[in-house]
Design a protein around this ligand. Structure first.
Ligand SMILES: C[S@@+](CC[C@H](N)C(=O)[O-])C[C@H]1O[C@@H](n2cnc3c(N)ncnc32)[C@H](O)[C@@H]1O
Length: 363
């Protein structure tokens, strides 16, 4: 098993290929990325034995922008016999002889065709799990949800078509806990817009659950640039913040009713925090050129106008990965020049379409 299977939104395979090739090379790992457009995954084959395993262990999934899930896999299994799909899969694990695996996950890439296999995957998991247990390759003490199992692995089967799958595993400390790498969020019925899920997913992805009450609470103030109709503001208000909602549009009445917002019908590029007011959070979902947004975010952070920010970079252009790198490099250089220490993360979230979400926290 010397390949990585990297899951992504269909249509973003080239971005994944560019990103994995570059990040692997930074670690002295070289390989070849196979891209099938709109397949929802990329296979990166490493030239040296053992390198896929090293990448899966060391290359943090949270630092890969366009990747939702990362597995170590072997060659594609094709034409699995309908009467016995399990034996060829067990054969693949024979050499690995897993001793620290607790669970097996069977899923597909996020495409309509592959998702037709979802029901099959769910049903197939049960006999496969039993067969793996019988071989002694799944042990309950290594189930990923337990803290003690963080050093273990989870076995993964990725079905890309009927009778076609990749067999592999992922490290528990470096895998998405969600099926297909997709968190399932429920749309809150009282939220003013569906984009509320983007900020909710961003908060869940970027802020560890244990830290969330300290990092977002009723003693804090936020600014939402491009706030209307209020899906993002809703998420901040829900966590107790008072929000200055900046937009020429109309905010949902339900948000006014909370008494936790002030609507500022102004230009988000000119708006400044009210005098003698500490802004803890800046969020921004304005549809604008990514570099223009990056410069605005850098201005807020270097002026000390906010401590933490989540914003979107819209990517309608062809060379999306290059554009993202340009923006992230600009932000990092600008903050460093000002002597600021910070933590930056960027992710193509499930609820993001032609855009990515960035989080910066000043330390
Ligand atoms: C994608 S929508 C924001 C949706 C919002 N995050 C939500 O969850 O409901 C973009 C918003 O940015 C606003 N906008 C665009 N340019 C702006 C500017 N220069 N200043 C203020 N608002 C702007 C638009 O009026 C629009 O309401």
């Amino acid at each position: 098993m010397n390949k990585l299977a990297l899951y992504c939104r269909a249509g973003f395979e080239k971005e994944v290929a560019g990103e994995i090739t570059e990040k692997a090379a930074e670690r002295g790992v070289f390989g070849f990325a196979s891209v099938k457009e709109n397949s929802g995954y990329v296979i990166f084959e490493c030239y040296q034995t053992g390198e896929a395993d090293r990448l899966a262990k060391e290359l943090k999934l949270s630092q890969l922008i366009f990747v939702r899930q990362m597995l170590v896999v072997g060659d594609l299994l094709q034409e699995l016999p309908e009467t016995d799909r399990i034996s060829p899969i067990l054969d693949c694990y024979q050499a690995l002889n897993p001793k620290n695996a607790g669970e097996v996950v069977v899923d597909t890439p996020d495409t309509n065709e592959a998702k037709e296999l979802s029901l099959f995957c769910r049903k197939f998991t049960v006999p496969l799990r039993n067969a793996l247990k019988a071989k002694g390759w799944l042990k309950p003490q290594w189930i990923a949800t337990k803290d003690s199992a963080k050093q273990g692995i989870t076995l993964h089967i990725l079905f890309i078509g009927s009778g076609k799958c990749y067999v592999g595993y992922a490290y528990n400390h470096n895998r998405s806990p969600f099926l297909m790498g997709i968190p399932r969020l429920k749309f809150p019925s009282d939220a003013p817009s569906r984009s509320t899920l983007k900020l909710e997913e961003a908060i869940l992805s970027f802020i560890p659950t244990v830290e969330a009450p300290r990092r977002l609470n009723e003693n804090m103030k936020g600014v939402d640039l491009g706030a209307c109709p209020g899906g993002w503001t809703y998420q901040l208000v829900k966590r107790g913040l008072f929000v200055y909602a900046v937009d020429h549009g109309k905010m949902a009445a339900s948000l006014h009713d909370t008494g936790r917002i002030e609507h500022c019908p102004e230009d988000g590029f000119k708006f400044q925090p009210p005098k003698r007011t500490t802004i803890d959070w800046l969020v921004c979902d304005m549809v604008e050129q990514p570099m223009r947004i990056s410069k605005l975010m850098a201005k807020w952070l270097t002026n000390g106008w906010c401590k933490e920010t989540i914003f979107n970079l819209k990517l309608p252009m062809k060379k999306r990965y290059q554009e993202v790198k340009l923006c992230l490099d600009y932000l990092a250089e600008t903050l460093q020049k000002q002597g600021l220490t910070f933590h930056i993360q960027a992710k193509h979230l499930y609820h993001d379409r032609e855009e990515i979400t960035v989080h910066i926290q000043l330390k």
